[in-house]
Write a protein that binds this ligand. Structure first.
Ligand code: FES
Length: 148
């Protein structure tokens, strides 16, 4: 748990930094491993149930291993009426996974979200944190070849 200890040290073991600590752990592991949360709970003397309630409240945290790349398709109403369902179907077909899953080789995770707050430029896909508005089906191939 040296990597988790380093994160805690960077935050000077401040319990009030718990959200930033979880964010940094997620950056470190690409998700929040159970062992890491248990370690944080013990070191900061925060009940594990409280840590889990934070980790499950924020959509940005993942308790499951994620792939190297994260594709999030907005399925909110505005994006949906502009073709988000077809975009999601195509990602599912090309990656051979359903939303919430990760490809076997751990390269891609696919997720959905209900509105990102920028409906005017929908449909929107977020790829590794980058918002791509007015997304077109043909953009999928470009993304998956690393040219987004
Ligand atoms: S519905 Fe997609 S950003 Fe609002």
């Amino acid at each position: 748990m040296k990597r988790v200890e380093n994160v805690l040290r960077e935050h000077r073991y401040q319990r009030s930094h718990i959200i930033q600590i979880l964010q940094d752990i997620q950056v470190e592991f690409n998700y929040l491993p159970k062992e890491a949360l248990e370690y944080v709970s013990q070191r900061l003397k925060i009940p594990l149930s409280k840590i889990y309630s934070i980790a499950t409240f924020y959509a940005g945290f993942s308790l499951n291993p994620r792939g190297k790349h994260l594709c999030t398709v907005c399925m909110g109403t505005a994006c949906y009426v502009r073709g988000a369902a077809a975009i999601l179907n195509e990602f599912e077909r090309k990656l051979n996974i359903k939303p919430g899953a990760t490809t076997k080789e751990m390269n891609y995770s696919l997720e959905t979200v209900n509105c990102l707050g920028c409906c005017a430029i929908g449909p929107i896909v977020v790829y590794d944190g980058k918002y791509i508005g007015e997304f077109k089906l043909k953009d999928i191939g470009r993304i998956l070849k690393g040219r987004a």
